[in-house]
Write a protein that binds this ligand. Structure first.
Ligand SMILES: [Zn+2]
Length: 602
């Protein structure tokens, strides 16, 4: 047991890392547990009751909000939400609006000034961050163009795709989107972020909402929660408010919160349930344990499964079938098991043999892996990943499984060689669906070479790295690549290079087979290091892709966005003022009209 003093020290240490330095060392959930531990000893400690907001722009000017931005009262169960609602409804038809509670920085844009919520009364002026910000609002995505109150966040998809390369000043990556937002909005200068093409989103609070009558609130709760939960934004709960804004306002505020709104928090909700079984699900390289649970309601959603992450986690937490496990929902992620108590009848959930092929499993790091190259389930997952990567969207797991079982499909090459007659042999395919799938497969027979390389399931090669590699070498040249040559590329260290060269040799036959049936568009030579970066804007006589193709044929590198690296912006009408044109003008990028450019390349 830790003493109050020890806990306070620990929490203050983590507060500093999280809120000021944006470099947390522990998971949010672990932090919450520290707070809870402190709460058990001293429920009134100021560390528990204080409200935190990220400290941004230390030197920025304070902005006084015309309407104070208050924090919301919180509920942790549907019962609490209903009890709150009952206090204010005028009848059972009273309407409520349910909206996401974003996990970012609350901000207000008014008269050209962007300010954070701060302490509610005074916020920080962060207008200098506008070049990084895209507004998302009803029917609109683009530059901030009107007064709005919303939350600055990084979309989940952006964080996944962009922020795996965007680094902080010290060269490190951001740990999560929450820290990235706080870090970026707190920067003194955004030069580095602009150069890395960083983007943050200001999402209008009014953008996403579900309206529901009080009488149906309980019934619709699950459905609305699931819908909101599936959105690509970091959220830590939802906001429920009276839809009649005038009425809500008339109710006024308590000292800290508006009466007409309440926040329902995903975090901090814990429930105990029994672990009924553990199923091991297959991935490309390893087996993941998934808990089968006695159904339990958690935050209004019935939970039957939860991930157990990996083999090591089961050992660390000493989890066995029959145990009583504690579930927690953290942020908008799937609930997971944070601790476990021994049950009466315990049965080990550890397996030593592959449930698919029977081969002995090996421990690699924290993961259990099946190292049998012929293992059906592992082959299925790898083929599925290759199919997704090459972009055959119609082919999901059930059909790939059927193909492997009844058509002896083993590799991407086999998929490309399927005839209409082959597809017709599969259950559930009719004339139209046969044609659709067949045509889609044929279409993907022409791909960029880096798309093919990325589809080979070589550890460490995604599309970005594949493109980097193939800018320098052709697919054919890869076979003779030395370790030194490969590790000289940006983003590939010696360790990674070693794995990649080995995998390239193992995959040599597959690459050869694939390139014999599909056409790859070579990247090398197409994009020269000194090639001019070009972007097109405005409605043009032909499709955008036509001009982009023309540009790359003529040694330009097409860009879809105006960034500082851009050399030329080609516009249909340079007298029109679009956001791209304005941005290019500001950044001193050469602008020309389409005709001039076309003439220049003749
Ligand atoms: Zn196996």
């Amino acid at each position: 047991m830790r003493t109050e003093e020890e806990l306070v020290k620990l929490i203050e240490y983590h507060n500093d890392l999280y809120w000021k330095k944006s470099t947390p060392e522990i998971l949010d959930i672990e932090y919450d547990m520290l707070l809870q531990e402190l709460g058990d000893i001293n429920p009134n400690h100021s560390l528990i009751t204080q409200i935190h907001t990220p400290e941004v722009a230390i030197n920025a000017k304070k902005v006084k909000h015309n309407n104070p931005m208050l924090s919301l009262n919180k509920a942790y169960s549907l019962e609490e939400v209903l009890a709150w609602a009952k206090k204010y409804i005028r009848n059972n038809d009273e309407l409520f609006r349910i909206q996401p509670k974003f996990d970012g920085i609350s901000a207000n844009y008014e008269n050209g000034i962007l300010a954070t919520r701060g302490d509610g009364e005074f916020g920080e002026n962060v207008t200098d961050k506008l070049p990084l910000i895209e507004l998302e609002s009803e029917g609109y995505r683009g530059k901030l163009n009107r007064d709005v109150r919303g939350e600055i966040i990084i979309r989940d998809d952006d964080f996944k795709e962009k922020y795996n390369t965007i680094t902080r000043k010290d060269g490190r990556l951001y740990k999560n989107s929450r820290n990235a937002v706080a870090g970026i909005i707190g920067l003194k200068t955004i030069k580095l972020m602009l150069a890395q093409n960083a983007k943050v989103t200001l999402i209008d609070y009014e953008y996403i909402s579900h309206t529901v009558k009080f009488a149906q609130l309980a019934e619709k709760w699950d459905e609305i929660l699931s819908k909101l939960d599936a959105l690509p934004y970091p959220m830590d709960g939802i906001v429920i408010k009276l839809a009649d804004a005038t009425y809500a306002e008339s109710l006024g505020n308590t000292a800290h919160h508006p009466r007409g709104q309440i926040a329902f928090k995903f975090t901090g909700i814990k429930k105990e349930t029994k672990l009924l079984n553990v199923n091991w699900s297959f991935g490309k390289n390893c087996l993941t344990p998934v808990a089968e649970l006695e159904p339990v309601e958690l935050g209004g959603v019935t939970i039957r499964h939860a991930t157990l992450h990996n083999y090591q986690n089961i050992l660390d937490k000493d989890i066995a079938i029959g145990d009583i496990v504690t579930l927690e929902r953290a942020g908008d992620v799937i609930p997971y098991i944070i601790s476990s108590k021994n049950g009466e009848h315990r049965k080990s959930c550890i397996i030593s043999e592959c449930p698919s092929c029977g081969q002995e499993l090996k421990l690699v790091g924290p993961e259990l892996t099946c190292q049998n190259d012929e293992c059906f389930e592992i082959c299925l997952q790898r083929l599925l990943a290759a199919i997704r990567s090459i972009g055959i969207e119609r082919l999901g797991e059930p059909n790939v499984r059927k193909m492997m079982e009844s058509l002896e499909v083993k590799s991407l090459k086999d998929v490309f060689e399927l005839s209409k007659d082959d597809i017709a042999k599969l259950d559930g395919f009719k004339t139209k669906s046969i044609d659709n799938l067949y045509n889609e497969i044929q279409k993907r027979k022409v791909v960029n070479d880096y798309e093919l390389l990325a589809a080979l399931n070589i550890a460490g090669i995604g599309k970005t790295i594949a493109k980097t590699i193939l800018k320098t070498w052709t697919i054919a040249e890869l076979q003779n690549l030395s370790l030194d040559e490969l590790s000289s590329l940006d983003g590939i260290g010696p360790e990674r290079a070693k794995g990649i060269t080995e995998d390239l040799i193992t995959n040599a036959t597959l690459i050869e087979e694939l390139t014999s049936i599909i056409t790859t568009v070579q990247t090398k030579g197409q994009i020269k290091e000194d090639s001019k970066k070009i972007c097109f804007t405005g409605k043009m006589p032909e499709k955008r892709s036509v001009y982009e193709k023309l540009a790359s044929d003529n040694g330009f590198e097409p860009f879809s966005k105006v960034t500082k690296e851009l050399d030329i912006l080609v516009a249909m009408d340079i007298s029109k003022s679009s956001s791209k044109l304005k941005k290019a003008e500001k950044a001193g990028i050469q602008i020309m009209d389409l005709e001039t450019w076309l003439n220049s390349i003749k």
